[in-house]
Design a protein around this ligand. Structure first.
Ligand SMILES: [Zn+2]
Length: 157
């Protein structure tokens, strides 16, 4: 049975002889906050119908590829356990939408600096578009006005 870490790409073969590390991994650490990264990994594993094989030895994210297994995400509001495609929150079994809402509610809102940066970045991406539109208008004015009437402005020999 081969299990892998979707976060740092560590690969292990687990059989009767024990654990054989196929790819060391660990170069890539999950982004903060960690529970959001874990939730994304859990959702991807469920979509691929893969089970969980415990934490990754290199980065601590859930390793996938084993049949069955469970994973517990520590949220600020309590723990969310995923086992056999079922989500169990602090108040009992919840569905996917509720589990998603729990993670989203715990996700910190972006800082002011990040929002200013993203808005500024978007503004800068619009500048080339405006330049392109202006250049197109100049060129079409040249084609529609300059070319038909251009002969009158040419010096006669
Ligand atoms: Zn890992």
């Amino acid at each position: 049975m081969e299990v892998r870490c979707p976060s740092c790409l560590r690969r292990e073969r687990r059989d009767a002889e024990g654990v054989t590390v196929l790819t060391e991994g660990g170069q890539r650490q999950p982004p903060e906050p960690r529970f959001v990264a874990e939730w994304e990994a859990v959702k991807a594993a469920l979509a691929d119908e893969q089970g969980f094989a415990g934490p990754c030895a290199a980065c601590g994210m859930p390793m996938v590829g084993a049949p069955g297994g469970s994973w517990t995400i520590q949220l600020p509001s309590g723990s969310l356990t995923i086992a056999d495609g079922q989500f169990t929150g602090p108040q009992g079994v919840v569905d996917l939408a509720t589990a998603e809402a729990m993670v989203e509610a715990a996700r910190p809102s972006p800082s002011l600096a990040l929002r200013v940066f993203q808005t500024g970045l978007f503004a800068w991406l619009v500048v080339p578009l405006i330049l392109w539109v202006c250049a197109f208008m100049c060129f079409s004015a040249f084609l529609c006005i300059g070319v038909p009437q251009g002969a009158e402005f040419m010096p006669r020999s």
